[in-house]
Design a binder for this molecule. Structure first.
Ligand code: UDP
Length: 226
């Protein structure tokens, strides 16, 4: 019989910092390739994978706002554009090893990517394509962690192939994260996950094997739920 995994559909949040590694360049192609290979290994198992990319390796709105008259909203729009650069890089890398991938942006840039359309995103996932969501939420003052929580809530599939044997190393409740103000992800994002019962796994994606383990629902990192 077909092996079962903890989740049928997973959203992977890739922060900008993770893409840079310790390189001087904004993106380390060895890292994007490693991510692509791990994602390929799980899509081959039939697990549907969506990705939200950050942009902090190129531009972070909050750290530029106020410099030379740059207002926060403008700075955040630049930050959102940075996520699109990462998304296109990641898409090209994934397609170079044969993973069909679509980029959907939170605001229109129709010459380079599809606009975000929920039903279309879900259709791509069902067809085994990886969907990369770029440009965050499309709104200033938010983060890509929140975009990840939001997109997860929208594409959430409440019919997981439950595997009762899947257990994770360390477990926290949403309340642990919010009350102790643990900095694993921002408060807006964790609250959104809590309200929609979206399980979260926080792990180091630069450690080989971790991405595929997390997606298969195996022991890695910290599990946040219930
Ligand atoms: N951003 C935004 N709205 C969003 C998502 C991102 O304004 O919904 C901007 C914000 O300026 C942020 C930048 O894009 O600093 C890059 O995203 P983020 O800092 O979340 O990336 P990461 O920390 O994952 O690299």
């Amino acid at each position: 019989s077909k092996p079962s995994y903890k989740w049928r559909r997973v959203l992977l949040k890739v922060s900008g910092e993770a893409l840079a590694g310790d390189q001087k360049q904004n993106i380390d192609p060895k890292i994007t390739m490693a991510i692509a290979r791990e994602v390929a290994s799980v899509t081959r198992l039939g697990i549907e994978v969506a990705i939200v990319v950050g942009g902090g390796n190129i531009f972070r709105g909050s750290s530029w706002a106020g410099c030379s008259g740059l207002d926060r909203s403008s700075a955040d729009y630049i930050g959102m554009l940075a996520t699109v650069m990462n998304a296109i890089f990641l898409q090209a890398t994934m397609e170079s090893i044969g993973i069909p991938t679509r980029v959907q942006t939170a605001f229109r840039m129709s010459e380079v990517a599809e606009p975000y359309i929920r039903r279309r995103a879900v259709r791509h996932l069902e067809k085994g394509r990886v969907v990369i969501f770029a440009a965050g939420t499309g709104n200033a003052f938010f983060t890509t962690d929140t975009a990840a929580a939001l997109r997860s809530a929208e594409i959430y599939d409440d019919d997981p192939r439950r595997n009762p044997n899947a257990r994770l190393l360390e477990t926290l409740t949403y309340h642990d994260v919010t009350s102790k103000e643990l900095s694993v992800m921002d408060m807006t994002a964790i609250t959104l996950c809590q309200e929609n019962n979206i399980p979260v796994v926080v792990f180091n994606l630069n450690k080989p094997g971790n991405i595929s383990k997390a997606i298969r629902g195996e022991r890695v990192g910290t599990f946040i739920g219930g």
